[in-house]
Write a protein that binds this ligand. Sequence first.
Ligand code: ASP
Length: 609
Amino acid sequence: MYRTHTCGALRLEDKGKKVVLAGWVQTIRKYGAITFVDLRDRYGITQLLFGEQVNAALEANPLGREFVLQVSGEVIERSNKNPQLATGDIEIDVQSLTLLNKAAVPPFTIQDDTDGGDDLRMKYRFLDLRRAAVRRNLELRYAVNRAARTYLHSEQFMDIETPFLIKSTPEGARDFVVPSRMNPGQFYALPQSPQTFKQLLMVSGYDRYYQIVKCFRDEDLRADRQPEFTQIDCEMAFVEQEDILLMFEGMIRYIFKEVKQIDYTAPIARLSWEEAMWTYGNDKPDIRFAMPLLNLKKPDTVFTNKADHRTLIDEAGFAIFDQAETVLALAVPGAADYSRKQTDELTEWVQRPQIGMKGLAYIKYLAADNCKSSIDKFYTPEQLLSIAKAAHAQPGDLILLLAGKEERTRKAMSELRLELGQRLGLRKPDEFKLCWVLDFPLFEYDEEGNRWVARHHPFTSPKPDQIETMIGNDPVIADAANYLRHPYARIKANAYDMVLNGNEIGGGSIRIYQRELQEKMFAALGMDKEEQQHKFGFLLGAFEYGAPPHGGIAFGFDRLCAILGGSESIRDFIAFPKNNAGRDVMLDAPATIDEKQFEELQIRLQLKK
Ligand code: ASP
């Protein structure tokens, strides 16, 4: 037996026991004739005491950090207890020691606040994984995995594996492809998700499916994406949107309870996509704090009972506002006393290339009837006060105004809201707020191709009352400048996203399950009959054999773990992640392959210049 206990197990009650431990040397401290060694394994750290005899034996071959030891000895009470350690009341009086393996000096220290930079730690990820901080992340990941499985199993979901070597499944990214040796010149694609398979499983009658599964997307790796990532992928038959929402609210609550010991009993807010865009400027709003946006150029028909704020700034002679496509306002709580330096800094912030605004106007709502503003040349004190009030500001607040092209201005204001929420401490890391975003548009306009693309994916159904609009209208966009007037621009999808603290953690939809509508959808996306048959003949065919109504959702497992673990980075929660260039720096992959492999594939490599 290599060990009787782990390095995290022994307590004062074990005093007097003869034990055998095995693990890695964390630290070595010599005090004259005796030596203390901290021995580490996955479970913790136990202090070892080497007396004269053991020490003498080590003289010729001293120990080093990360050496692998097996020791036997007696559990004794420590005179100098360490309350930080679970085993801190005891130590092992070592009688014999076996060196199981030596270790080279590790390139960084194996401790929570390591001296190793990112690249070095990734190159030696197997050492990085020994650090307790990283281990805790993987433990959390496993806890989320277990909780999801337990919940889904209790709800009769079946875990069914689906293949990795498949044909393209469009989810809006590029496919990774794999050449086939047995079919020279032909390629598999790696799944962007098991989307079509889970739908086929519904046709097959497995009405509750799930899989915690790898998905592969060859995207440019914007901040914190991975080319391979994991989803909790689910599908259900004989359901409506409401069934799905309730089922997965249940799952997320269960995960919170199991993993974080949080009773998330509060109702989960539901916002329409329009409401999210209107109020927060984006479709994954962080609702831990309010700070709603105010649109001064459009009547607010959706939420404030047709309040029209356009008159507040109309034709005041301030060309920037008068001519702008949109003007948005945001009240920043308690910031009316910002100095010139502070408002200048905010202006610079919105002028950074990532945000791209020309300038920032402000109104300081100082007291009940007292406003000071950077634009008071153009607006009367009454007008400024009305704007402040319309923006839901209280005396003491600072109202910020951005003007410009609609989309850019909305994005900028949304970023500014998040930034200020952060600075004001309103985005508390230990607070969790979930919401659903519903009623997404079915289509998105692709300017380059003057065509429609699926906002979610091509298998998402329109709202039932809008099927007519879809069937009855030609998808062709005759007037590109006015694409918003095309009936397709108004079609809403049966799609939903779950959002946690401003991150999309899950998304799904009720699917199309009739051949005719699916064909119409493909056609709307510009696929002719032949292409439809070539790419999705199997699915269209399956829909002819009794496809039940169905829908599903997939959760971004890595992201969910990162948020629950209080981290910004999904990499911290993946055992062997890739870097921002999509490389595995430990394996040094991707890499070239042997000439022989090319021959077997009957492929000749010729890179385009
Ligand atoms: N397959 C979709 C995705 O990966 C999720 C779904 O619609 O269930 O985003």
